[in-house]
Write a protein that binds this ligand. Sequence first.
Ligand code: ADP
Length: 320
Amino acid sequence: PPLKSQEKEKEKQPASPPLPRQNAKIAPPSPPRVICDKSGRYQLNRVGFLGEGGFARVYEVKEVNGARLACKVVTKSSLKTKKAKTKLYAEIKIHRSLEHPNIVRFIDCFEDDDNVYMTLELCASGSLMDMLRRRRRFTEPEARFFMVQLMGACHYMHTHQVIHRDLKLGNLFLDANMNIKVGDFGLAALIENPGERKKTICGTPNYIAPEVLFDTINGHSFEVDTWSIGVILYTLCVGRPPFQTAEVKQIYKRIRDNEYDFPPERAISSNAQTLIQQILTPDPQQRPTLHEIVDHPFFTHGPVPSYIPTSAHDTPPDFR
Ligand code: ADP
């Protein structure tokens, strides 16, 4: 069945992507060079293009005072259905409610006749996916550094009843100091009643938890982010996601069968291997909590750098 999901990760992934969130086939016209809202509160100069996702294009913009921001632009023509509007409003409502040093800051949103605009903290250093492409894989101290920040952000989201549901390297942006900024709340869900379960099948194939795909009766909850965190840790250490194959169907089969291995030539530490195995537990109730993950020997018995040098964009840092 077709999935309501997104796939914009251009990792070396022959698997065909699932459906984009909107019919993104026709390129929308560019937003104006000078973006203004009706009240005249905003005047943003569009200075560059940063990227596009399932339903939005993201530009670099400059405020009159010279400050640089990211501006996510959604065309109103893509918001004709009630469903599309509801999704965008949910993204805005959730993202603007979050404030954490490792989450892309949501600044404001406004509209003109053609578009809805969201201004966001600018992450000019790209994503961990871009960095992985240059580096091929990360050292375990780097993995610990990025994971600690990711789990801090994730713990914050979960205590604010938000499930991200699309944690992956392409949605982990970096600021100028190599700190993680979790972005893209387009698939995030707010748990409004305790114990509530979500049933929408969404995510990105390589990172989807088994219960999202195979337990559509009971649904899923916060543990899907924990699963993605396990996939992210594996990917940082090994250089490719654990269940990756040429075809999406085969990825799902491997997720169902919990079929992955650690390539011996990568020499993944036994602590990393046991932690990944614990996180990638098929039963969401048996998965470790975020607290249990940071208490694992992988984190407590190995160096966690206090910062990552920017040279790490291209070359492995030496933490000796
Ligand atoms: P969508 O919700 O449509 O998937 P995203 O929020 O993932 O869109 O953004 C699409 C792309 O735009 C990203 O992959 C990234 O390249 C770029 N981008 C998004 N947000 C920012 C940001 N805050 N700073 C810099 N680039 C960004």
